[in-house]
Design a protein around this ligand. Structure first.
Ligand code: SF4
Length: 292
């Protein structure tokens, strides 16, 4: 772990509906402890050296308080895009939790992407928020397979239990099938299993990506891991995809058909992008208040 002291913590996100709400991206860590072999955040463009030696933004809470007090519009804080906020370090430091407490005080909303069952620690705070949406990532339901590709994240069985606990507490949860790895996870059966297990635990939406992004040093990292974990698969990837950045599953069409069928059967919704959820109407309410 390395301590860092950045100048800012909240970044406005480019895509937002200015009439309804604002979205801010927030990462309290640089790097991640979960060790997913496909992690896109390892790419050169993000400039995170020593990705597994996590840098902690020690002044995150102070920055957050300062920045949020200067905002004229409320909005949604989005977390988990570049590093998981519920890595083991968070359970020692409780930094993210202290920010969630501020989010409650300031009546903002939160959107979290995670692969950790540690998220259930904060159910008490989520229950006090105006808006919460959790996307739990599941690329397989099998713990043994996940141990290879997402070695230090919670096991899928634990993530499913967490989904159940969250939904039982009235919290909206979707499942992100990101990424469904070609030649490893891109079977019809895997998609059926994930949809079924997610539904049983109360998830309402599924966001799928049937393929994986590979570029520069992250490609090298992924292929070297494949060589060790799945002998022979590195060559299959190289022959199939060459230097392609986005490597879609060759079963893409079949997987989509299975997903559509299985979600329809259970009255679940397929999300078109990770933020394809109904966000609260902060601005509209503010405008209405002004009228009275
Ligand atoms: S949990 Fe997300 S950020 Fe962390 S290693 Fe896995 S893919 Fe990367």
């Amino acid at each position: 772990m390395k301590e860092i002291y950045p100048k800012t913590i909240l970044n406005p996100m480019k895509v937002y509906n200015k009439d309804l709400y604002r979205r801010y991206n927030m990462n309290i860590f640089r790097g991640c402890q979960h060790g997913c072999i496909y992690c896109n955040s390892r790419s050169n463009c993000y400039g995170i050296e020593e990705f597994d030696n996590v840098q902690v933004k020690m002044n995150a809470l102070d920055l957050f308080k300062k920045e949020i007090s200067g905002k004229r519009r409320k909005g949604i804080i989005c977390c988990g895009l570049m590093s998981d906020p519920y890595i083991p370090l968070e359970m020692e430091l409780r930094l993210f939790r202290s920010i969630l407490e501020e989010i409650v005080k300031n009546d903002y909303g939160i959107f979290i992407i995670t692969k950790s069952s540690n998220i259930v620690r904060d159910i008490d705070l989520f229950r006090k928020m105006k808006f919460v949406y959790i996307l739990m990532t599941l690329t397989t339901v099998f713990d043994e397979l996940a141990e290879k590709i997402e070695p230090f994240a919670s096991k899928p069985s634990e993530r499913l239990k967490a989904i159940k606990k969250l939904t039982e507490n009235g919290i909206n949860v979707g499942v992100a099938m990101i990424p469904i790895l070609p030649f490893i996870e891109d079977s019809d059966e895997n998609i059926r299993n994930i949809v079924n297990a997610s539904h049983i635990c109360g998830a309402k939406n599924i966001f799928p990506v049937f393929g994986v992004k590979l570029r520069d040093r992250q490609r090298q990292y992924y292929l070297s891991k494949l060589e060790k974990l799945f002998p022979g698969l590195k060559n299959v990837y190289t022959e199939t995809y060459g230097d392609q950045h986005i490597c879609y599953s060759k079963n893409n069409l079949s997987l989509w058909n299975v997903l559509k069928y299985e979600t329809k059967k259970r009255n679940m919704r397929i999300m078109q992008h990770p933020y394809d959820v109904e966000f609260p109407r902060y601005e509209k309410e503010a405008e209405q208040l002004k009228l009275f």
